[in-house]
Design a protein around this ligand. Structure first.
Ligand code: FUL
Length: 519
């Protein structure tokens, strides 16, 4: 489905492969930071995650503004997490569907061996740092015991109606050191049944959130007030439960679901507001992180985090996010641009053909080779990767999925565990940047990363090796951003040079790595 239009660091002392990688990057950053070139910033521009374009701004000023758009702290923490686990589990798992109808009986939901610790262990083994649980998909069945509907785990036979998948996930994630987000589908086919709230054309009325119900055991010190119709009241009350009862939330996924034709408006401004107020550290999929534009897990060769927007993206996602070009100079300077926003890409994909588990897809778990292509195509192209692994009807990841996650984590750790540049990072010299390893090293992956506290600026670069008599180009690219990984045929060289050929304002590259990926 079209999406109309987000994570964090493992502990540096952790022994998991991903965390090791992160700490190596951190070291490289520290070592290289003193060499960063002086920044030239127009005094009129204050660096921010959203900068307004004003009528009469010259093209030069617009480009200078774009160079000064920087991530907010929650966006930066999320980007550094790199790998996010996605968990689609629910009614569809039991009906063998991808999209339910809303008419399913809760009696169908009965996982005999649900173990969220098994899910978290598997993600952790692959170096993931966050998980996002689908607590309600489009069929409307809710995986935690919400006060606002009977169409939930409460009415299912699972654990005698006392189960809570969100609680199981947040408890297990805490134990394994993973952050937690949730996906709450705006589309809701259960609520679309006659006599319910979705698309019932009810009027918007002043509403206090939370809306207390009979026997409510909560004593909120503060109520939030919004104008809401029946469905948006239902949605906001669930949002309030999820944002206040499960600890820190790192990401809220608001899929651009099919409200078209139902007459049901989505109160985006209210939804975003309550999330920002109750969980200021969370990123919001569609608000301050964006869909990459496909469901294959691949970012663009040229992937900008600075995106021109026609309207305030906090009100309504704008533009076509599937467009091949979202952030070129031509896009920045096009008429109708009113905001330049840090709006980084999240690449979503499932480890299987479907988002939900289907027995018929047990032999179609993506191979390590496919997953590595996706890794280079997402994390390696300035995006985060959100990889879905669906639990089966027992409530467990199958052995094949668990094994594949571990292989994926091991391969990433083997490839990126040793940065061949790291011991000599002090040899970095600007303009152009020449790295002398003082001994020939063999490598087949080049890593570059910009200092995001100065924004994303590089538009074209080239990487060369010294062959004894001349510089020879081995790799070239356009955008860098948070991280750029370039796979090249094996090469052995002692000196490597990076040249920025085009940028918006002074570029600042603070991460550089050379790695040898094993066969
Ligand atoms: C889409 C949904 O329709 C799919 O079922 C899945 O949840 C995917 C991540 O987003 O829009």
């Amino acid at each position: 489905m079209m999406k109309s239009a987000r994570r964090s660091l493992g502990s540096a002392t952790s022994t998991i492969p991903g965390a090791r990688l992160v700490s190596i990057l951190a070291i490289a950053t520290i070592l290289l930071a003193p060499q960063v070139r002086a920044q030239v910033t127009s005094p009129a521009i204050t660096r921010s995650s959203v900068i307004e374009v004003l009528a009469g701004d010259s093209p030069e000023l617009i480009l200078a503004k774009a160079a000064d758009v920087i991530p907010g702290p929650e966006q930066l923490a999320w980007q550094r997490g790199e790998l996010i686990g996605f968990i689609h589990f629910g009614m569809n798992t039991f009906t063998d569907r991808e999209w339910g109808t809303g008419t399913e009986s809760p009696s169908l939901f009965n996982p005999a061996a649900l173990d969220a610790r098994q899910w978290m262990r598997a993600f952790k083994s692959a170096g993931f740092n966050e998980v996002v649980l689908v607590v309600k998909h489009h069929d409307g069945f809710v995986l935690y015991p919400s006060r606002y509907t009977a169409h939930s785990v409460k009415s299912s036979p699972w654990l005698g109606g006392k189960g809570d998948v969100m609680r199981a996930v947040t408890d297990a994630a805490k134990e394994f050191g993973l952050k937690v987000g949730f996906y709450l589908s705006p589309a809701d086919l259960y609520e679309k049944q006659p006599g319910r709230t979705f698309g019932n054309h009810s009027a918007s009325v002043r509403t206090q959130i939370p809306t207390l119900v009979g026997g409510d055991d909560r004593h909120p010190t503060q109520f939030l007030t919004y104008d809401l119709d029946d469905y948006n009241r239902y949605f906001m009350n669930q949002m309030y439960e999820l944002l206040t009862e499960y600890g820190p939330i790192s990401e809220v996924w608001l899929d651009g679901a099919p409200a078209a034709g139902t007459g049901q408006p989505y109160a985006f401004a209210a939804w975003y507001d309550i999330i920002h107020r109750l969980q200021p550290g969370a990123v919001i999929f569609n608000d301050n992180v964006r869909w990459v534009g496909n469901e294959d897990g691949f970012a663009r060769e040229t992937e900008w985090s600075v995106i021109p927007l026609a309207n305030d993206y906090r009100e309504q996602p704008s533009g076509d996010l599937t467009d091949a070009d979202l952030g070129s100079r031509a896009k920045l300077l096009a008429p109708g641009v009113h905001f330049l926003a840090w709006y980084p890409a999240e690449a979503d994909v499932s480890i299987r053909p479907g988002w939900f588990w289907h027995a018929a897809q047990n032999d179609s778990v993506k191979t390590l080779c496919q997953l590595m292509k996706i890794y280079y195509g997402s994390v390696g192209r300035n995006a985060t990767l959100i990889l879905n692994v669906p639990p089966d009807r027992r409530g467990l990841f199958t052995d094949a999925d668990v094994a594949r996650l571990r292989e994926f984590g091991d391969h990433i750790a083997r490839t990126f565990g040793t940065n061949l540049v790291e011991p000599l990072a002090g040899a970095y010299s600007p303009e152009p940047s020449i790295f002398d390893m003082r001994r020939p090293v063999r490598f087949n992956v080049v890593m570059l990363g910009e200092n995001l506290s100065f924004g994303q600026r590089v538009e074209a670069f080239e990487v060369d090796v010294w062959d004894g008599s001349d510089w020879k180009q081995i790799a070239a690219g356009t955008t860098i951003g948070y991280k750029r990984l370039l796979q090249i045929p094996d090469v052995t060289a002692q000196k490597v040079r990076v040249r920025v050929l085009k940028s918006r304002g002074n570029p600042s590259i603070v991460n550089f790595g050379l790695f040898l990926e094993p066969e």
